[in-house]
Write a protein that binds this ligand. Structure first.
Ligand code: 5AD
Ligand code: SF4
Length: 486
């Protein structure tokens, strides 16, 4: 990276084309940061806090790449010179967390008055939020949204040189800027965007409003990115999109998600492919066939249910019924018997009756998911559901939520127990945070197993016997390859 930036003529005008323009501003900022470090006789530190989903995690890796190219160092335990919150707004809780954190950061700024405080991500695409921050959190220096994260260096340059606040939010952006720096959190696995935005407009969901319309990346760009990652030690990729199985819409090349997977499978050295999130309405037979025949695509499908009631599913604009969902699950399980199935479920969508809720419980008890994320419905201003009558009272939701959780846990325990005693191929991901003598690894079906292991083995595949099922994870033992059953 330094080599690329060294070759940029800092006396020339900023180029118009991307990504050259951003490299130019990275070089300009780097010059400024180097002088500041000299003046202070210490490094400049940054800290990024990421809220929300895998898309945001991926965006934060890109933002980290830009900040490191500029010359900042990431540090959790230092008083930062640059703080960035990459926000989420899918549920109100996520917003509240950001406001809470901003209170703390204000205090920290007193210790380092030159600290730059920046906010980006989905929450910043909401006008009311930005108005509130400008009014009540005026110590925030930089606000940008989901469509211009690639411009961080340019926006930083404006702040560093003009010492003025910068607020820049785009309503939409048709430009996909490729080939900017990115720093990976894990050396051996990585998320790869295959599409941005969402066109589904589920009536409860704010994502289409803050992430914009669906836009698929070109196949060549995706393949080139993965090939490059593999060259740099990545063995597992997670293909990311709000609705991955509608991949290809709007591209010149006629291509669908199943075909894209087939192409990615051919990349030598790549061992595992995951994807997140498919929509049940677009889950084609072709996709099931490709998964079934693949040696690399992990046997895991995250299939958001949202509700088990056909009536509520219609009100949610999900385009499938309870029966469609159950049939799809049967089809997937028949073709890929050891598949791990996980889901998202919302409790308390407007108008949800006891009967509707019993349908949700019924699906959960029939499917017995390996695990499920359960959410209390959160009213998001601007979505159709926010204006619906019959919002469900809090106490009713709470009672349903607890019942749902019990049903989910019993399903997870059932699935988890089925594999007890078997040996599975596992990618070792990290040292266990609670017991440092253990490492945690992931099975193809996305379950986690903890086992005694040396941290030097992180990023390697091993065969692990699943000794004890613990509900939704396992304790296990590494088995020598000779004994392993694959
Ligand atoms: N309230 C509660 N949960 C929501 N989700 C999306 N919008 C809302 C909302 N308004 C959940 C959905 C989705 C997951 C990412 O977040 O279950 O699949
Ligand atoms: Fe939201 Fe539905 Fe799009 Fe998922 S598919 S991001 S729930 S609108």
């Amino acid at each position: 990276m330094d080599k690329i930036l060294d070759n940029i003529d800092l006396n020339s005008k900023a180029p118009f084309d991307e990504p050259d323009r951003q490299y130019y501003f990275m070089a300009k900022c780097r010059e400024y940061v180097a002088a500041k470090k000299k003046e202070l006789n210490r490094p400049l530190f940054f800290n990024i806090k990421t809220f929300g989903c895998q898309m945001n995690a991926k965006d934060s890796e890109k933002l980290t790449g830009i900040l490191e190219a500029i010359g900042y160092e990431q540090a959790e335990n230092e008083i930062p010179d640059f703080v960035l919150y990459n926000t989420c707004t899918v549920r109100e809780n996520a917003n509240l967390k950001v406001y809470g954190n901003l209170g703390n950061i204000k205090k920290l700024k007193k210790k380092n008055p030159e600290m730059i405080i920046a906010l980006c991500g989905c929450m910043m695409q909401e006008k009311e939020v930005v108005d509130k921050i400008k009014k009540s959190y005026s110590f925030v220096d930089l606000i940008f949204g989901t469509h211009n994260i690639f411009k961080l260096a340019e926006l930083m340059y404006e702040i560093l040189t003009n010492k003025k606040k910068v607020y820049e939010i785009f309503d939409k952006n048709d430009l996909v800027v490729e080939n900017l720096p990115s720093v990976r959190k894990y050396s051996f696995k990585c998320g790869v965007n295959i599409m941005y935005g969402c066109d589904n407009f589920c009536t409860y969901c704010i994502v289409p409003y803050v992430r914009g319309r669906e836009k698929s990346r070109k196949k060549e760009h995706i393949i080139a990115e993965i090939e490059n990652l593999v060259k740099n030690g990545v063995v597992e990729v997670m293909l990311l999109g709000q609705n991955v199985n509608s991949y290809g819409k709007g591209l010149d090349e006629k291509i669908d998600f199943a075909t894209l997977l087939t192409e990615i499978e051919k990349i030598e050295g790549l061992e595992r492919i995951r994807f997140m999130t498919p929509h049940p309405k677009d889950f084609s037979d072709d996709l099931i066939r490709v998964m079934k025949n693949s040696k690399k695509i992990c046997k895991h499908v995250h299939l958001p249910l949202q509700s088990g009631s056909s009536r509520i599913l219609t009100a949610m604009n999900r385009h499938y019924s309870k029966e469609d969902y159950l049939n799809l699950v049967d089809k997937i399980r028949n073709e890929i018997p050891d598949v791990g199935l996980t889901t998202d479920i919302i409790v308390g969508f407007p108008g949800e009756t006891d009967e509707d809720f019993l349908d949700t419980l019924d699906v959960v008890s029939k499917v017995k998911f390996d695990s499920a994320y359960t959410f209390i419905y959160s009213k998001r201003t601007g979505t159709p559901a926010a204006k619906m009558e019959n919002q469900v009272p809090e106490d009713v939701i709470k009672e349903r939520f607890d019942r749902l959780l019990k049903e989910v846990q019993s399903g997870s325990a059932y699935r988890n127990k089925l594999k007890e005693g078997t040996t599975e191929r596992v990618l070792i991901e990290e040292v266990n945070s609670q017991d440092k003598s253990l490492c945690s690894g992931r099975l193809s079906n996305n379950s986690i197993v903890h086992f005694k292991c040396n941290k030097d083995m992180i990023g390697k595949f091993v065969d692990v016997r699943l000794d004890e099922a613990k509900g939704f994870y396992y304790y296990g033992t590494i088995i020598s390859n000779d004994e392993a059953v694959r």
